[in-house]
Design a binder for this molecule. Structure first.
Ligand code: ARG
Length: 462
């Protein structure tokens, strides 16, 4: 079989080495992007007077037929003919259909820029779907927050009880991280939004291609700054892998929280039966397998980022075949992230909050900061208040009691500033109601945050 570059060689490549270097198994996923890029290139060549109008028309028709065939039957983009990559596949199919005109398509163009344009078009086509799927997870959290109503729970630092919060406030904390993931994808989209064509193999092209109108025809907002850079630049792949890694880290932390909070030890939420698995041996088990798998798969996506940075770090300027490794990392990271987002959305949608349990857990010694604030309101410097309350906590721990069991006399043994109002001032509900800032767990602030998140969701889903 003749390859795109066979003329230079007296003999065929070693079959095993050719198979080793072939990327078609992976890059066939770029099929429609490759056809799209080639149609635009043919039109640009025609505008530059390089292709005759009939040749350009034949190429466009041929590529259109190839695209239809591939979209109708994915089996059409088949490995059977032994093509080296998707670019070789499309060109061979074109020449088979339209003959000589097809052999003029690659004028002034290189696969180095072709693969870059394909990959950028691919990301621009696919990232909106990931953004919508992230929004689905946010939406599942908002619905869960509705189900949680005004239930309280402890917040944790060092996984030790810290301060009471609304369950909805905790759920919205994960939404905040997920929203950053969407913003990060917008940044990746912006980075990908650059036309590499016109760069040739590395030095630019000798044909008067109007790159501005070519960019517009493919929907690119900018034109690449430098042809040598284009040849070897896969920063946008690294940026995507970083976005995917951090997105997976967020899903992993969500998973960890709900693995803990649905356990017998916490009992804060109940997993839906449909979102759990049993044990082949222990009949009582209700395991959070989907969440554990999300946590586990996060390692693989982080590995793709680390692996890709390592692949790039020693490359000399310009294209090097090492760059072909980008697609396996990118596609697997994308598939894994999408799969995990869908799994997490389903698990969250099925969660039932145990409001009585979480609210009960929000009382007790985690009101110590509120006691200190009480003394500060009576004029004591905060450092002194901290010390007074610290001693009080030490006593209560020893006596295995809590603030609400103290008599006024006992309060006053620790400071004369305690008055009868301390009994009503120190409750979990009073604690959250006293918060004043918009990002706090104050009920009004959380209601406003929920509404703002619903507004965000409406725009994220359009
Ligand atoms: N399959 C190649 C890749 O993914 C396409 C570019 C080939 N360029 C080259 N000079 N061999 O990187």
């Amino acid at each position: 079989m003749a390859h795109l570059w066979s003329g230079r060689f007296a003999s065929d490549p070693d079959a095993d080495l050719f198979a080793f270097g072939s990327s078609f198994r992976v890059d066939r996923r770029l099929f429609e992007d490759d056809v799209r890029g080639s149609r635009a290139w043919a039109a640009a060549l025609a505008r530059a007077g390089v292709l005759s109008t009939p040749d350009a028309a034949a190429i466009d028709r041929g590529l259109g037929e190839i695209l239809d065939a591939g979209l109708e039957d994915p089996g059409f983009v088949s490995l059977e003919r032994g093509d080296e990559d998707v670019h070789a596949f499309v060109e061979r199919e074109l020449v088979a259909r339209i003959g000589d005109a097809g052999r003029r398509l690659h004028t002034g163009r290189s696969r180095n820029e072709q693969v870059a344009v394909d990959l950028r078009l691919y990301l621009k086509r696919r990232l909106p779907r990931i953004k919508r799927t992230i929004a689905d997870v946010v939406s599942a959290f908002v619905d869960l927050a509705d189900r949680a109503g005004d239930a309280l729970m402890p917040s944790y630092t060092h996984l030790r009880r810290a301060q009471p919060v609304l369950v909805a406030h905790f759920l919205l904390s994960h939404c905040a991280a997920l929203r950053r993931d969407v913003a990060r994808l917008d940044a990746v989209l912006h980075e990908a939004d650059e036309l590499p064509l016109g760069s040739g193999a590395i030095a630019g092209t000798a044909y008067a291609i109007d790159v501005k109108s070519l960019a517009a025809s493919l929907g690119f907002g900018r034109i690449a700054l430098n042809s040598i850079d284009v040849s070897g630049d896969r920063d946008f792949v690294a940026s995507f892998l970083h976005a995917a890694s951090l997105g997976m880290v967020h899903l992993s932390r969500i998973s960890e929280d709900f693995i803990l909070f649905t356990s017998e030890e916490f009992g804060f939420f109940e997993l839906a039966d449909a979102a759990a698995t049993g044990s082949s041996l222990m009949p009582q088990k209700k395991n959070p397998d989907p969440l554990e798998l999300v946590r586990g798969k996060t390692g693989r996506v982080i590995g793709h980022l680390a692996g890709w940075l390592a692949s790039m770090k020693g490359l000399p300027a310009g294209y090097n075949k090492d760059l072909q490794e980008d697609k396996e990392a990118l596609f697997d990271a994308e598939d894994t992230w999408l799969g995990c987002l869908a799994a997490v959305a389903t698990v969250i949608s099925g969660l039932q909050p145990h409001g009585a349990t979480t609210t009960r857990a929000a009382g007790g010694l985690l009101l110590a900061t509120d006691v200190a604030d009480y003394l500060v309101a009576k004029g004591l410097p905060f450092r002194d208040a901290h010390e007074v309350v610290g001693a009080l906590v030490r006593r209560l721990v020893e006596e295995k009691r809590s603030f609400d069991e103290l008599t006024l006399d006992e309060w006053r043994q620790h400071s004369p500033l305690f008055d009868a109002d301390v009994r009503t001032a120190i409750t979990p509900l009073a604690s959250i109601q006293k918060k004043r800032t918009p990002q706090s767990t104050a009920p009004d602030a959380v209601a406003a945050a929920l509404n703002e998140t619903r507004t965000w969701l409406r725009s994220a889903r359009t």
